[in-house]
Design a protein around this ligand. Sequence first.
Ligand SMILES: O=P(O)(O)OC[C@H]1O[C@H](OP(=O)(O)OP(=O)(O)O)[C@H](O)[C@@H]1O
Ligand SMILES: Nc1nc2[nH]cnc2c(=O)[nH]1
Length: 185
Amino acid sequence: MNQLSNQQIEEALRNSECLISSFEVSSAYERLAASVNLHYAGQNPIVMVVMNGGLIPAGQLLTQFTFYHRMYYIHATRYRNNQGTNELEWKFKPEIDLAGEDILLIDDIFDEGITLKAVVDELAKENPKSIRTCVLLNKLHDRKVQEFKVDFVGLDVADRYVYGCGMDYHGYLRHMPGIYALKNV
Ligand SMILES: O=P(O)(O)OC[C@H]1O[C@H](OP(=O)(O)OP(=O)(O)O)[C@H](O)[C@@H]1O
Ligand SMILES: Nc1nc2[nH]cnc2c(=O)[nH]1
């Protein structure tokens, strides 16, 4: 991803609006962690962070988990092929035996669901005992992949290109603690 100048980034920030405050995001992490804790009480799952976007939500959630777990990451990213449809590119998958394991995937956003569905389909081939998915945000629209639902959702967000909390604006601003979108977009 090309570098933007600091002026370009500041211009984007000036032209953005906050859709969800950092305070609301913190409460959502607390609620999410509580639901996940309830589900996994007494279990011993593998938590897999979907990089890059899952990094910040996972970091926020993991410190609130009360069940014992092992943590790994996978790196899968969407790209547009020359037919104009989206495909998933696998960049890293850990070489661990998933057979019989409970797996919790953490990502930042469930948009069309292409990423999480493809990741779940791929991991399911290795015969884990269960796979659950957890995202900070669910984007509200009717373009979702069929036959797939996320198990744990923090907040719904409008159908706009958002950034912050792991999500990028041209590779930047993943670190912003609230959720933002460009005005008039
Ligand atoms: O539900 P979907 O429509 O599949 O979109 C959601 C995915 O898109 C983003 O990842 P991206 O491929 O942009 O890579 P990143 O995590 O490095 O930002 C985001 O982190 C999710 O993984
Ligand atoms: N940064 C960012 N990445 C996404 N991937 C899928 N939807 C989004 C979005 O709204 N923002």
